[in-house]
Design a protein around this ligand. Structure first.
Ligand SMILES: [Fe+2]
Length: 355
């Protein structure tokens, strides 16, 4: 890989460096999946980058356009993809080493089938500036994998914050999922850009209080909480939502709008690892899915709703991600994150990270 900074690279050069991290080179095969006329600049850059690296590459362009990925709409309504039922396209994608997904296949049965064939998948839909700012490197992978080993060996996760959160997750039921922004492992999915890891508590093994504090981010609202939101969680279910301000009302109303008891389940839990991701970015740049917010260094990423991606049975469409600041997270009483700072050698960044 080039030793140049991502900040001075063209988009083509960025895609080339990314594909090199994904193990693409002479003799590799790459397919870029797209729909309609969406993201043609991404398609062209990845195809050209693949060829410059000596790979054989082609585009699978679907005609339908069932999802909106641009702007504030985001990709919150996931489900059927334009790939569903298109057997020849699915087979073509299963035949390559790497699929670059520009349509958002995540959570679809088609994605699982493609991964099961040994094909790895890289999701890439975020604004180019975000791809550049959060460009991954091998050190990030090593740190995320070191964190995953700790998380995978732990029996209990607990997190607290000064606002009054104190919640425990019984671990061991679900696997640990890593995201470090590239993938060179057969059958593995990743998302450029990202940097975090997560698992899930046992379905009835999450108990305590989560106090979302002002400044914590609530997705899909893409906004910072201005007032506290207090969640009471018993045996893996949210049994009470309250707070003195508008935020608690909006949170409760959003969950209620799904008219689904499973909306009150607890989804993944983990922490952010990426030094280049910025907590404050939503104040001036609301584009994209919010990978800055989910990845920023030392956040505790609390989430509600489905756990299907971990292998669980909760498939509710109500999914809320809450990257929280200044939390302390422990695994079997070993501090991993203390007041929003990662404290374990090998997991923490060697660089100084601005608070
Ligand atoms: Fe999530």
């Amino acid at each position: 890989m080039s030793s140049r900074s991502p900040h001075t690279m063209s988009f083509l050069e960025l895609c080339k460096a990314e594909l090199e991290l994904c193990g693409i080179g002479e003799g590799s095969t790459v397919a870029v999946l797209s729909q309609a006329d969406d993201r043609t600049a991404y398609v062209n850059a990845f195809l050209n980058a693949s060829e410059e690296l000596g790979a054989t590459a082609f585009q699978v362009r679907l005609n339908n356009r069932l999802s909106t990925l641009d702007g504030d709409e985001g990709v919150w309504a996931v489900g059927a993809t334009p790939l569903a039922g298109n057997r020849p396209a699915i087979e073509a994608l299963k035949g390559v080493d790497l699929v670059v997904d520009t349509i958002f296949l995540l959570f679809s049965p088609e994605q699982l089938e493609i991964q099961a064939s040994g094909t790895r998948i890289l999701l890439c839909i975020e604004p180019v500036e975000h791809l550049r700012e959060m460009f991954p490197d091998r050190t990030l992978r090593e740190r995320v994998e070191a964190g995953a080993e700790l998380l995978g060996n732990a029996k209990q996760l607990r997190f607290t914050n000064a606002a009054g959160s104190d919640i425990t997750y019984d671990l061991g039921t679900y696997p640990v999922i890593t995201q470090y922004g590239y993938t060179d492992t057969p059958g593995r999915w990743d998302h450029w850009p990202s940097g975090f890891l997560f698992t899930g508590g046992a379905d009835d093994g999450v108990n305590g209080k989560v106090m979302i504090a002002p400044g914590d981010i609530v997705f899909p609202f893409k906004s910072y909480a201005q007032s506290p939101i207090e969640l009471t969680i018993e045996a893996g279910r949210i049994v009470d939502v309250r707070g003195p301000g508008l935020d608690a009302d909006l949170f409760a109303d959003y969950m209620k709008s799904f008219d689904d008891p499973d909306a009150y389940g607890i989804a993944h839990i983990g922490w952010g690892m990426l030094e280049t991701a910025k907590w404050g970015v939503l104040a001036y740049d609301r584009r994209g899915m919010g990978m800055h917010g989910r990845s920023f260094y030392g956040n505790v990423l609390f989430s509600t709703g489905p756990n299907g991606e971990l292998g669980g049975t909760n498939e509710t469409l109500c999914h809320i991600d809450v990257p929280m600041r200044n939390c302390t997270l422990e695994l079997d009483d070993q501090p991993i994150v203390v007041d929003g700072d990662i404290v374990v050698d090998g997991v923490k960044s060697a660089r100084t990270v601005a608070a």
